[in-house]
Design a protein around this ligand. Structure first.
Ligand code: 2AM
Ligand code: CA
Ligand code: CA
Ligand code: CA
Length: 274
């Protein structure tokens, strides 16, 4: 893939997330009609759908041969597959629950994968105007300034992010709570802010040291995984195996040493089907 092509994709998506950010901001502080999807805590609004439609329409006009995986246009229960074709992976609003409640931790997350490898990632929180971005091999940036993850290797000195997610399945919730319970007594603190994409950016900029989550989808972590790795972080499957973007789980840590301390503490959850 020619470097100039990546530059064109990157400039295009920066313009588009800025445009889409205006739609998110328009909806952020007003009362919205909220619908539920797979659980009573799995929320969606007209703004999620509008933002995804805008991004896909404009990208399709500009790059008609490209493919798309978007949260709101993917039917639930279908296993996500990634082909070798250039594919835009879109979460129009990551942190919809925050968006509904007016909690300013929401983001548009877009990644571009080519040959199944993410080559660029952009995560934009328009409410506070934080733009995180990375092009593969070129470092990670926040509002144009380079960012680096922490150098933390000690679990006992770490601030860890661990989410509960939208599932209300008792068995899965029990495991998630057990995992957080096991970690809490070994660390400085645990945080759960409700946006997988921004969680990975917090690792990338060094104010949290590790993040793990089960049940996330490719659109939640494709862009953030690249941004975190370009900032120096280590990402893998929570089991310690290599990260797989369609396996619905991630462990991201500032250092491999830290990941190695967290992984054996976790009870793992498999998602054979999306
Ligand atoms: P979403 O807002 O795009 O649906 C973090 O746990 C991830 O789970 C987020 O990226 C978020 O993506 C999703 N999520 C959905 N509902 C949630 C909830 N009630 N609490 C936390 N996360 C939720
Ligand atoms: Ca959602
Ligand atoms: Ca999401
Ligand atoms: Ca979403």
């Amino acid at each position: 893939m020619a470097e100039k092509d990546i530059d064109i994709y990157y400039k295009t998506i920066l313009d588009l997330v800025s445009l889409a950010g205006k739609v998110v901001c328009e909806g952020f502080s007003i009362t919205k009609r909220v619908e539920t999807k797979e659980s009573t805590a799995d929320l969606v609004t007209e703004f999620d759908q509008r933002v995804e439609e805008i991004l896909i329409k404009k990208l399709q006009e500009k790059f008609p041969t490209h493919k798309f995986i978007g949260e709101e246009s993917t039917a639930s229960g279908i296993k996500t597959t990634l082909s070798d074709d250039p594919t835009w992976i879109i979460d129009p609003i990551d942190g919809t629950t925050n968006f509904v409640h007016g909690f300013p931790f929401v983001a548009i997350s877009v990644a571009l994968a080519i040959n199944k490898q993410v080559v660029l990632g952009v995560i934009y929180n328009p409410v506070v105007d934080y733009l995180y971005s990375a092009i593969r091999g070129k470092g990670a940036f926040k509002n144009g300034r380079p960012i680096k993850c922490s150098k933390q290797t000690e679990l006992s000195l770490s601030q860890i992010i661990g989410e509960y997610g939208p599932t209300r399945d008792t068995h899965i919730l029990d495991i998630k709570c057990k995992n957080l319970r096991v970690i809490i007594e070994k660390v400085h603190s645990i945080r759960a802010m409700g946006s997988a994409a921004l969680n990975l950016c917090l690792i990338a900029e060094g104010c949290c040291d590790a993040y793990f989550e089960y049940g996330v989808h490719i659109w939640d972590y494709a862009a953030g995984d690249l941004i975190a790795r370009e900032a120096g972080a280590y990402t893998c499957d929570p089991s310690g195996a290599p990260l797989n973007l369609v396996h619905r789980r991630i462990l991201c840590a500032a250092t491999k040493e830290l990941a190695k301390q967290i992984s054996p503490l976790l009870t793992h959850i498999d998602y054979p089907h999306d």
